[in-house]
Design a protein around this ligand. Sequence first.
Ligand SMILES: [Zn+2]
Length: 297
Amino acid sequence: MDRRQFLLRSSLLAAGTALPFKSLFANSQPSFTSLRRNVGYFTERGGTIGWLASDDALAVIDSQYPETAQHCLNSLRDKTDQPLDLLINTHHHGDHTGGNPTFKGVAEKMVGHENVPSLMKKANKESDGEGNTAYPTTTYTKSWRMDLGDETVHAKYYGAGHTSGDSVIYFEKANVVHMGDLVFNRMNPYTDRPSGASMQNWINILSTVADKYPADAIYIFGHAKPEYGITGEAKDLGVMKNYLSAVLEHAQNGIDKGKSKEEITDMKELPDFEHFLYADFWTLSDNLGVAYEELME
Ligand SMILES: [Zn+2]
């Protein structure tokens, strides 16, 4: 990668990963799917939107992009006339918050972890784009909950993982968990170290979450290799955990053998994880670089 390509990619990533994800997760048809007890998900482009729609409550988790957020809202309007009580952002990335302006003014509450507004502001500053100023207005430090009709929704922060502002969202009665980008199902995940990501703690989060919720919980993932699905079970969290552990282990083995960063990161597919999706804009080498930097700290 030459310097110009490097700068281009850096600015794309600074823009909240909006552009690379836009092309990577292009999805021609919007898909609006019910899961359990008034909770479901919406996919079109960018991170998966979770929703709760009943006769007395309406909530969305994440917002994709302005036009796809509107498509999601239109589908929700077919289910209920309820005003939108709540938008939660699982984290600050552009493919999860880009549609916030569509929900702003419609949503009674906009919620995110306390680090999300400042990370959005930082991304705005680093990109030359117009910037998304529809920040969460209700923030929390460790945990947050709200009763919505006959459902209770929880947001919980387990420390740094994919960024330093990732919430895990739990619909208690439906027993559905939205993981945001803490799970890229069978994909080499994007790891946002400039936004405080921690691969080591990410592994802890996945263990903790898999143990915390009931065995029959349904999990919604931010992204997925299409044939593996955007929803799953606790065992899929285990696969993500094993992948991150293997990335760290490869980097640690290289360090122990006195290899250079270049030697350690020179790898296209991780052994035993060849079935994963490896995208061009964020490679295994990039993640091995993050692992190397974390371990050398
Ligand atoms: Zn993300």
